[in-house]
Design a protein around this ligand. Sequence first.
Ligand SMILES: Nc1ncnc2c1ncn2[C@@H]1O[C@H](COP(=O)(O)OP(=O)(O)OP(=O)(O)O)[C@@H](O)[C@H]1O
Ligand SMILES: [Mg+2]
Length: 268
Amino acid sequence: MNNHAPAGGKPALAPSAGVRHRGKNIIAVASGKGGVGKTWFSITLSHALSLRGQKTLLFDGDLGLANVDIQLGLMPRHDLGSVISGKITLNQAFSHYEAGNFDVLAGRSGSGSLANVPLSRLQLLGEDLVIAATGYNKVILDLGAGVEKSVRQLSRVANTILVVTSDEPTSLTDAYAFIKVTALERPGCDIRVVVNAANTTREGERTYNTLRKACEGFLKISPPLAGIVRRDMRVREAIRNQTPILVRSPNSEAAMDVEAIAERLLAD
Ligand SMILES: Nc1ncnc2c1ncn2[C@@H]1O[C@H](COP(=O)(O)OP(=O)(O)OP(=O)(O)O)[C@@H](O)[C@H]1O
Ligand SMILES: [Mg+2]
Protein backbone atom coordinates (compact mmCIF):
# COMPACT_ATOMS: atom_id res chain seq x y z
CA MET A 1 0.00 0.00 0.00
CA ASN A 2 1.12 3.52 -0.69
CA ASN A 3 1.04 6.02 2.02
CA HIS A 4 -0.03 8.93 -0.07
CA ALA A 5 -0.42 12.32 1.46
CA PRO A 6 -3.80 13.84 0.68
CA ALA A 7 -3.53 16.22 -2.22
CA GLY A 8 -5.19 19.61 -2.05
CA GLY A 9 -8.22 20.73 -4.04
CA LYS A 10 -11.86 19.85 -4.04
CA PRO A 11 -12.73 16.34 -5.16
CA ALA A 12 -15.42 16.13 -7.84
CA LEU A 13 -16.93 13.13 -6.05
CA ALA A 14 -16.77 13.31 -2.25
CA PRO A 15 -14.47 10.65 -0.78
CA SER A 16 -17.46 9.03 0.89
CA ALA A 17 -19.55 8.98 -2.30
CA GLY A 18 -19.85 5.82 -4.32
CA VAL A 19 -19.35 2.38 -2.95
CA ARG A 20 -19.54 1.77 0.73
CA HIS A 21 -17.33 -1.28 0.41
CA ARG A 22 -14.25 -2.00 -1.56
CA GLY A 23 -12.99 -5.32 -2.84
CA LYS A 24 -9.56 -5.97 -1.35
CA ASN A 25 -8.86 -8.36 -4.21
CA ILE A 26 -10.18 -6.11 -6.99
CA ILE A 27 -7.54 -4.59 -9.26
CA ALA A 28 -8.73 -1.96 -11.74
CA VAL A 29 -6.83 -1.31 -14.97
CA ALA A 30 -7.21 2.30 -16.04
CA SER A 31 -5.67 4.84 -18.37
CA GLY A 32 -6.24 8.40 -19.30
CA LYS A 33 -5.82 7.96 -23.03
CA GLY A 34 -7.51 5.17 -24.98
CA GLY A 35 -5.72 2.50 -26.94
CA VAL A 36 -2.75 2.07 -24.61
CA GLY A 37 -3.32 -1.68 -24.23
CA LYS A 38 -5.57 -1.91 -21.14
CA THR A 39 -7.77 -4.67 -22.48
CA TRP A 40 -4.92 -6.80 -23.78
CA PHE A 41 -3.04 -6.26 -20.52
CA SER A 42 -6.13 -7.09 -18.40
CA ILE A 43 -6.66 -10.33 -20.30
CA THR A 44 -3.03 -11.35 -20.04
CA LEU A 45 -2.78 -10.43 -16.37
CA SER A 46 -5.94 -12.47 -15.64
CA HIS A 47 -4.43 -15.40 -17.48
CA ALA A 48 -1.07 -15.07 -15.69
CA LEU A 49 -2.83 -14.97 -12.32
CA SER A 50 -4.89 -18.03 -13.22
CA LEU A 51 -1.71 -19.89 -14.19
CA ARG A 52 -0.49 -19.14 -10.67
CA GLY A 53 -3.45 -20.87 -9.12
CA GLN A 54 -5.58 -17.78 -8.57
CA LYS A 55 -9.27 -18.14 -9.24
CA THR A 56 -9.70 -15.03 -11.37
CA LEU A 57 -12.55 -13.00 -12.79
CA LEU A 58 -12.03 -10.52 -15.62
CA PHE A 59 -14.74 -7.89 -15.60
CA ASP A 60 -15.18 -5.79 -18.73
CA GLY A 61 -15.97 -2.43 -17.21
CA ASP A 62 -15.52 -0.43 -20.40
CA LEU A 63 -19.03 0.94 -20.62
CA GLY A 64 -18.48 2.72 -23.92
CA LEU A 65 -16.58 0.24 -26.09
CA ALA A 66 -16.60 -3.15 -24.45
CA ASN A 67 -14.13 -5.47 -26.17
CA VAL A 68 -12.78 -8.14 -23.85
CA ASP A 69 -15.03 -10.71 -25.56
CA ILE A 70 -13.84 -9.61 -28.99
CA GLN A 71 -10.15 -9.94 -28.10
CA LEU A 72 -10.90 -13.39 -26.65
CA GLY A 73 -13.18 -14.52 -29.48
CA LEU A 74 -15.89 -15.27 -26.92
CA MET A 75 -19.57 -15.32 -27.75
CA PRO A 76 -20.96 -14.80 -24.28
CA ARG A 77 -24.56 -15.77 -23.65
CA HIS A 78 -24.93 -12.89 -21.25
CA ASP A 79 -23.31 -9.52 -20.83
CA LEU A 80 -23.23 -6.54 -18.53
CA GLY A 81 -26.08 -4.93 -20.45
CA SER A 82 -28.47 -7.69 -19.30
CA VAL A 83 -27.28 -7.21 -15.72
CA ILE A 84 -27.78 -3.46 -15.79
CA SER A 85 -31.21 -3.76 -17.34
CA GLY A 86 -32.14 -6.16 -14.53
CA LYS A 87 -32.77 -9.21 -16.73
CA ILE A 88 -30.23 -11.33 -14.90
CA THR A 89 -28.09 -11.04 -11.79
CA LEU A 90 -24.36 -10.40 -11.91
CA ASN A 91 -23.58 -13.98 -10.89
CA GLN A 92 -25.63 -15.33 -13.78
CA ALA A 93 -23.66 -13.30 -16.29
CA PHE A 94 -20.22 -14.86 -15.82
CA SER A 95 -18.79 -17.05 -18.58
CA HIS A 96 -15.81 -19.34 -18.23
CA TYR A 97 -12.99 -18.74 -20.68
CA GLU A 98 -11.47 -22.17 -21.15
CA ALA A 99 -8.25 -21.18 -22.93
CA GLY A 100 -7.21 -18.97 -20.04
CA ASN A 101 -9.07 -20.79 -17.26
CA PHE A 102 -10.62 -17.64 -15.84
CA ASP A 103 -14.14 -16.26 -15.66
CA VAL A 104 -15.26 -13.30 -17.73
CA LEU A 105 -18.03 -10.83 -17.38
CA ALA A 106 -18.46 -9.49 -20.91
CA GLY A 107 -19.37 -5.88 -21.45
CA ARG A 108 -22.25 -5.00 -23.67
CA SER A 109 -21.45 -6.86 -26.87
CA GLY A 110 -24.70 -5.98 -28.61
CA SER A 111 -25.67 -2.57 -29.88
CA GLY A 112 -25.56 0.52 -27.75
CA SER A 113 -23.18 1.54 -25.04
CA LEU A 114 -23.60 1.57 -21.29
CA ALA A 115 -21.96 4.95 -21.02
CA ASN A 116 -25.17 6.66 -19.94
CA VAL A 117 -26.05 4.34 -17.09
CA PRO A 118 -26.91 6.45 -14.03
CA LEU A 119 -24.20 6.68 -11.39
CA SER A 120 -26.60 5.27 -8.79
CA ARG A 121 -26.99 2.10 -10.91
CA LEU A 122 -23.22 1.82 -11.22
CA GLN A 123 -22.92 2.14 -7.48
CA LEU A 124 -25.27 -0.84 -7.01
CA LEU A 125 -23.35 -2.77 -9.63
CA GLY A 126 -20.15 -2.01 -7.76
CA GLU A 127 -21.64 -3.30 -4.54
CA ASP A 128 -22.71 -6.52 -6.27
CA LEU A 129 -19.24 -6.86 -7.73
CA VAL A 130 -17.63 -6.54 -4.31
CA ILE A 131 -19.86 -9.40 -3.10
CA ALA A 132 -19.17 -11.52 -6.21
CA ALA A 133 -15.44 -10.87 -5.75
CA THR A 134 -15.48 -12.84 -2.50
CA GLY A 135 -15.81 -15.98 -4.65
CA TYR A 136 -12.49 -15.24 -6.36
CA ASN A 137 -8.86 -14.77 -5.41
CA LYS A 138 -8.47 -11.86 -7.82
CA VAL A 139 -10.80 -9.71 -9.91
CA ILE A 140 -9.38 -7.65 -12.78
CA LEU A 141 -11.55 -4.73 -13.81
CA ASP A 142 -10.82 -3.44 -17.32
CA LEU A 143 -12.01 0.17 -17.29
CA GLY A 144 -12.85 2.53 -20.11
CA ALA A 145 -10.32 5.21 -20.95
CA GLY A 146 -10.58 8.67 -19.48
CA VAL A 147 -11.62 10.30 -16.25
CA GLU A 148 -15.40 10.52 -16.64
CA LYS A 149 -17.55 10.01 -13.60
CA SER A 150 -18.74 6.58 -14.71
CA VAL A 151 -15.15 5.33 -14.98
CA ARG A 152 -14.28 6.81 -11.58
CA GLN A 153 -17.43 5.39 -10.01
CA LEU A 154 -16.57 1.85 -11.14
CA SER A 155 -12.92 2.24 -10.19
CA ARG A 156 -13.93 2.96 -6.61
CA VAL A 157 -14.65 -0.70 -5.90
CA ALA A 158 -11.00 -1.52 -6.55
CA ASN A 159 -8.40 -1.61 -3.84
CA THR A 160 -5.56 -1.24 -6.32
CA ILE A 161 -5.56 0.77 -9.54
CA LEU A 162 -3.03 0.05 -12.24
CA VAL A 163 -2.73 3.09 -14.49
CA VAL A 164 -1.47 2.08 -17.92
CA THR A 165 0.47 4.54 -20.03
CA SER A 166 2.62 4.36 -23.11
CA ASP A 167 5.57 6.65 -23.71
CA GLU A 168 3.54 9.02 -25.89
CA PRO A 169 3.35 12.47 -24.31
CA THR A 170 -0.46 12.60 -24.59
CA SER A 171 -0.77 9.21 -22.94
CA LEU A 172 1.50 10.38 -20.12
CA THR A 173 -0.37 13.62 -19.50
CA ASP A 174 -3.69 11.76 -19.56
CA ALA A 175 -2.34 9.16 -17.12
CA TYR A 176 -1.26 12.03 -14.89
CA ALA A 177 -4.78 13.51 -15.12
CA PHE A 178 -6.31 10.18 -14.09
CA ILE A 179 -3.93 9.85 -11.15
CA LYS A 180 -4.62 13.42 -10.07
CA VAL A 181 -8.41 13.02 -10.04
CA THR A 182 -8.20 9.65 -8.29
CA ALA A 183 -5.76 10.87 -5.67
CA LEU A 184 -8.02 13.84 -4.91
CA GLU A 185 -11.09 11.65 -4.56
CA ARG A 186 -9.43 8.78 -2.77
CA PRO A 187 -6.47 10.01 -0.74
CA GLY A 188 -4.14 7.13 0.09
CA CYS A 189 -5.47 4.97 -2.76
CA ASP A 190 -3.07 2.27 -3.96
CA ILE A 191 -2.24 3.57 -7.45
CA ARG A 192 0.55 1.92 -9.44
CA VAL A 193 1.89 2.56 -12.91
CA VAL A 194 2.27 0.17 -15.83
CA VAL A 195 4.26 1.43 -18.80
CA ASN A 196 3.08 -0.53 -21.83
CA ALA A 197 4.58 -0.90 -25.28
CA ALA A 198 7.94 0.46 -24.16
CA ASN A 199 10.68 0.23 -26.77
CA THR A 200 13.06 -1.04 -24.11
CA THR A 201 12.87 -1.57 -20.37
CA ARG A 202 15.24 1.37 -19.99
CA GLU A 203 12.94 3.67 -21.96
CA GLY A 204 9.98 2.41 -19.95
CA GLU A 205 11.77 3.36 -16.76
CA ARG A 206 12.42 6.84 -18.11
CA THR A 207 8.72 7.19 -18.96
CA TYR A 208 7.75 6.05 -15.47
CA ASN A 209 10.21 8.48 -13.86
CA THR A 210 8.76 11.39 -15.83
CA LEU A 211 5.28 10.53 -14.56
CA ARG A 212 6.49 9.87 -11.01
CA LYS A 213 8.27 13.22 -10.84
CA ALA A 214 5.15 15.05 -11.99
CA CYS A 215 3.11 13.26 -9.31
CA GLU A 216 5.69 14.03 -6.64
CA GLY A 217 6.02 17.66 -7.67
CA PHE A 218 2.37 18.57 -8.07
CA LEU A 219 0.39 15.96 -6.13
CA LYS A 220 2.88 15.05 -3.40
CA ILE A 221 2.39 11.37 -4.07
CA SER A 222 4.73 8.80 -5.53
CA PRO A 223 2.84 5.98 -7.27
CA PRO A 224 5.11 2.93 -7.50
CA LEU A 225 5.94 1.13 -10.73
CA ALA A 226 3.92 -2.08 -11.17
CA GLY A 227 6.03 -2.95 -14.18
CA ILE A 228 7.08 -2.29 -17.75
CA VAL A 229 5.74 -4.25 -20.70
CA ARG A 230 7.83 -4.05 -23.83
CA ARG A 231 6.47 -3.36 -27.28
CA ASP A 232 6.15 -6.68 -29.03
CA MET A 233 4.68 -7.54 -32.41
CA ARG A 234 3.36 -10.80 -30.98
CA VAL A 235 0.75 -8.82 -29.03
CA ARG A 236 -0.95 -7.75 -32.22
CA GLU A 237 -0.63 -11.25 -33.68
CA ALA A 238 -2.26 -12.82 -30.62
CA ILE A 239 -5.12 -10.32 -30.69
CA ARG A 240 -5.63 -10.84 -34.40
CA ASN A 241 -5.85 -14.59 -33.82
CA GLN A 242 -8.07 -14.20 -30.77
CA THR A 243 -5.64 -16.46 -28.92
CA PRO A 244 -4.13 -15.55 -25.55
CA ILE A 245 -0.51 -14.51 -25.88
CA LEU A 246 0.39 -16.81 -22.97
CA VAL A 247 -0.76 -19.71 -25.18
CA ARG A 248 0.44 -18.47 -28.56
CA SER A 249 3.73 -16.83 -27.61
CA PRO A 250 4.45 -17.53 -23.94
CA ASN A 251 8.14 -16.74 -24.34
CA SER A 252 7.61 -13.37 -26.00
CA GLU A 253 8.93 -10.32 -24.19
CA ALA A 254 5.47 -8.84 -23.62
CA ALA A 255 4.12 -12.11 -22.21
CA MET A 256 7.05 -12.50 -19.83
CA ASP A 257 6.75 -8.88 -18.71
CA VAL A 258 3.08 -9.36 -17.75
CA GLU A 259 3.95 -12.61 -15.95
CA ALA A 260 6.53 -10.70 -13.91
CA ILE A 261 3.88 -8.11 -12.99
CA ALA A 262 1.53 -10.91 -11.86
CA GLU A 263 4.31 -12.40 -9.73
CA ARG A 264 4.96 -9.05 -8.06
CA LEU A 265 1.26 -8.46 -7.38
CA LEU A 266 1.05 -11.84 -5.68
CA ALA A 267 4.22 -11.21 -3.68
CA ASP A 268 2.66 -8.15 -1.97
N1 LIG B 1 2.99 -4.39 -25.48
C1 LIG B 1 2.45 -4.14 -26.69
N2 LIG B 1 3.22 -4.25 -27.81
C2 LIG B 1 2.69 -4.02 -29.03
N3 LIG B 1 1.42 -3.66 -29.26
C3 LIG B 1 0.60 -3.53 -28.20
C4 LIG B 1 1.06 -3.75 -26.86
N4 LIG B 1 0.02 -3.57 -26.02
C5 LIG B 1 -1.03 -3.23 -26.80
N5 LIG B 1 -0.70 -3.20 -28.10
C6 LIG B 1 -1.56 -2.86 -29.25
O1 LIG B 1 -2.43 -1.82 -28.85
C7 LIG B 1 -3.72 -2.04 -29.37
C8 LIG B 1 -4.75 -1.54 -28.39
O2 LIG B 1 -4.83 -2.44 -27.30
P1 LIG B 1 -6.13 -2.51 -26.38
O3 LIG B 1 -7.35 -2.65 -27.19
O4 LIG B 1 -5.85 -3.55 -25.36
O5 LIG B 1 -6.08 -1.04 -25.74
P2 LIG B 1 -7.12 -0.34 -24.76
O6 LIG B 1 -6.32 0.56 -23.88
O7 LIG B 1 -7.96 -1.37 -24.10
O8 LIG B 1 -8.00 0.51 -25.75
P3 LIG B 1 -9.40 1.25 -25.44
O9 LIG B 1 -9.05 2.47 -24.65
O10 LIG B 1 -9.93 1.55 -26.80
O11 LIG B 1 -10.24 0.28 -24.66
C9 LIG B 1 -3.83 -3.53 -29.66
O12 LIG B 1 -4.45 -3.75 -30.85
C10 LIG B 1 -2.42 -4.03 -29.67
O13 LIG B 1 -2.06 -4.41 -30.96
MG1 LIG C 1 -10.06 -1.62 -23.98
